[in-house]
Design a protein around this ligand. Structure first.
Ligand code: GLU
Length: 428
């Protein structure tokens, strides 16, 4: 559950201001980039299965499109706020820029809890959101994708609604579509795998053998699960995962000191990432408090759930053994906790670099749709690895050369690219 005492939009702006200062950006560019260019608030009426009508609130925020059409996911979450979406839209702009793909940044959301909605009700929310926003979106304008609690099924409903409105086939309207329906092989795995590609490079630079490392992961949704699998495939051992339990309305940490079997854990997890506790005990797991993931004696921490998870109240619980923090989630670390991570010298792979694999694969999906020629999975993942590795190397090289914190180095590269684009277009 997101920690609501921190406002992610303020975090995103603080991070931006810090780097705008380092870069010496002019006032107009600062004002243009530290807030979204456009935002939409919509109401979506849905006829529920019991015959009643419920009104859902939705958003789309288009932060910046200087480098290309706006790109970013749509989240379904009961605690969604406009400020969270604003922050996430900004982070999308930096994410696309740091991996150097020709896209801007945006984000969408609907305040709802899919756990309590039937498939038909979710479909109506998807279609209603598109009906409200279709005139301000499209393949050359703004292209949504999956995010927290949305997946390929939702994307296809949204695409179908868009194509119904415009009367034609527009596969470029959305990414994260099902494979065989314009989706790319590897898209589901891409974000999690991308986290591990950057982690692999970080460990190489630090001279640490990945096969001798252990990790603790927060989350067991799409990002966390695939990150865990790739990390184990490269020889690492995941000893703890923490995830939300929708029945108890709290999270738990599942721990196995000699390493969790990720496939076996997946087999006892529902579609929203809640693990069956009884079956976990049968698999030999210890069940600890949800926050216990952060205090494990491991080499690597991977927060891959929601924003505001590492805060001033738990950052000091991070074990002395931890060498790398790879942010799979967007905005998992609050500014005060970030300061402590920086001071402790923990090697950080910042969120919009670490988790850029998803949008990079979305870009590959657009390329494949445009040419109507779909690549083999190996080819997609190989190209993803090349992109993520070169983005990581550019950031770490800059960090080393200029003595910058990894988050600041990633921002310097991303903000410079976007600032250059707005300048070249003659906007400032
Ligand atoms: N929702 C993902 C993210 O936060 C992917 C966005 C996309 O593919 O457009 O990066």
């Amino acid at each position: 559950m997101s920690n609501t005492s921190y406002n992610p939009y303020e975090t995103a702006q603080q991070q931006f201001d810090r780097v705008a200062e380092i870069l010496g950006l002019d006032e107009a560019t600062r004002e243009l980039l530290r807030q979204p260019m456009r935002e939409y608030h919509v109401l979506i009426p849905v006829k529920m299965d019991d015959g009643s009508v419920k009104i859902f609130k939705g958003f789309r925020v288009q932060h910046n499109d200087a480098r290309g059409p706006v790109k970013g996911g749509i989240r379904f979450h009961p605690q969604e706020t406009i400020d969270t979406i604003r922050a996430l839209s900004m982070w999308m702009t930096w994410k696309c820029a740091v991996v150097d793909i020709p896209l801007g940044g945006g984000k969408g959301g609907v305040i709802c809890d899919p756990h309590n909605l039937s498939d038909r009700e979710q479909e109506q929310i998807c279609r209603g959101w598109v009906r409200q926003l279709a005139k301000d979106m499209g393949p050359n304008v703004d292209v949504p994708a999956p995010d927290v609690m949305t997946n390929a099924k939702h994307m296809l409903w949204m695409l179908d609604e868009f194509e119904t409105i415009y009367g034609g086939k527009y596969p470029g309207f959305i990414t994260g579509k099902p494979v065989g329906m314009g989706g790319s092989l590897g898209r589901t795995e891409a974000t999690g795998y991308g986290v591990i590609f950057t982690l692999r490079e970080a460990l190489k630079e630090l001279g640490i053998d990945i096969t001798k490392t252990t990790a603790s992961i927060q989350g067991f949704g799409n990002v966390a699960k695939h990150a865990a699998k790739k990390y184990c495939e490269l020889g690492g051992k995941v000893i703890a995962i923490s995830c939300w339990d929708n029945t108890d309305k709290k999270s738990y940490t599942f721990k196995k000191a000699d390493g969790l079997d990720i496939d076996a854990m997946e087999a006892i997890t529902d579609t929203y990432g809640s693990v069956d506790k009884k079956k976990a005990v049968d698999l030999g797991c210890e069940i600890l408090d949800g926050d216990a993931w952060i205090e494990q004696d491991v080499d690597i921490l991977i927060p891959a759930a929601l924003e505001n998870q590492i805060t001033s109240s738990n950052v000091n619980k991070i074990s002395k053994q931890v060498k790398v923090l790879a942010e799979g989630a967007n905005g998992p670390t609050t500014p005060d906790a970030d300061q402590i991570i920086r001071e402790r010298g923990i090697f950080l792979i910042p969120d919009f670099l670490a988790n850029a694999g998803g949008v990079t694969c979305s870009y590959f999906e657009q390329v494949q749709c445009n040419s109507n020629y779909f690549w083999e999975k190996d080819e997609v993942l190989e190209k993803l690895d090349v992109k993520m590795t070169s983005a990581f190397k550019a950031v770490s090289e800059l960090a080393r050369k200029k003595g910058l914190y990894m988050r600041d180095a990633a921002y310097v590269i991303a903000i410079s690219r976007v600032a250059q684009a707005v300048k070249n277009r003659g906007w400032v």
